[in-house]
Design a binder for this molecule. Structure first.
Ligand SMILES: *Cc1c(COP(=O)(O)O)cnc(C)c1O
Length: 237
């Protein structure tokens, strides 16, 4: 048996098990491929995985060009000078945290509307990415006013320390508050209400996130395993 066959089968077995579990809850699985080699992406794509995610804009562009038949989600921090990669190649941009960067991406979007998620700094910690909850309504209104972008929900990362469940519940409450009007929703709210998703949960905490209402989870290590990281790691997060 050629080397790599066992590895590919183990990957597909993990993927099928996770898909079964997540499909049962109606949750979308994003395969976070930042540490995984092309051959692993190729096997999942040919098995039917549709959604992949990268945390660096150049990696997103490279992979979107190499694998144009699946969807590429941008999940990492973005600087304005890389805005065009996301505008051109992302199926969804999960990490919107400020108006200027959103406007820079919007300027490069051509001939489509790009769905985005607002990343919330649920812990309010200085070193964490995302908009603090107090500024979420203003960011929502500013981004929603950009015709090239459409707000599809909220995203967060639970801080490593602390109770992940409480942070996921907080993100859900913020989404619900946007929906029920206590956080100044846009006047034509009914247009949005039904479709605001919650992207939360990673390898260590995705089950908790699903229990708290996640509609999408981002799985890297648990899906791809750790073996790629030691061998031919292709990019840093
Ligand atoms: C790397 C990364 C993930 C996946 O993390 P795992 O713990 O390996 O599942 C999820 N979300 C973001 C934003 C990431 O950068």
């Amino acid at each position: 048996m050629p080397p790599g066959v066992d590895e590919a089968e183990a990957l597909l077995a993990r993927w099928r098990r996770l898909r079964e579990e997540l499909d049962a809850s109606g949750v979308r699985l994003l395969a976070v491929s930042k540490y995984a080699p092309d051959r692993a992406v190729a096997s999942l794509a040919s098995a039917g995985q549709r959604d992949f995610a990268e945390s660096r804009p150049q990696a997103l562009r490279d992979r979107a060009l190499a694998f144009p038949d699946v969807e590429w989600h941008m999940i990492g921090p973005l600087q304005k000078n890389k805005a065009k990669y996301v505008a051109r190649h992302a199926a969804m941009w999960h990490s919107v945290e400020d108006v200027d960067t959103a406007a820079a991406v919007a300027r490069h979007v051509e001939g489509r509307v790009l769905p985005v998620l607002l990343q919330v700094n649920v812990a309010g910690a200085a070193h964490q990415h995302g908009v603090v909850p107090q500024l979420l309504p203003a960011l929502y209104e500013a981004v929603d006013a950009m015709p090239q972008l459409s707000v599809a929900g909220l995203m967060c990362m639970a801080p490593k320390e602390g109770d992940a469940r409480a942070y996921f519940a907080k993100l859900r409450h913020l989404r619900d508050a946007l929906a029920n009007g206590s956080l100044r929703p846009p006047s034509d709210w009914t247009r949005h209400e039904a479709r605001l998703g919650l992207c939360m949960g990673m390898s260590g905490d995705y089950r908790t996130a699903v229990e708290e209402g996640a509609t999408m989870v981002r799985l890297g290590t648990l899906l791809f395993g750790t073996s790629y990281r030691d061998g031919e790691q292709r990019s840093l997060p």
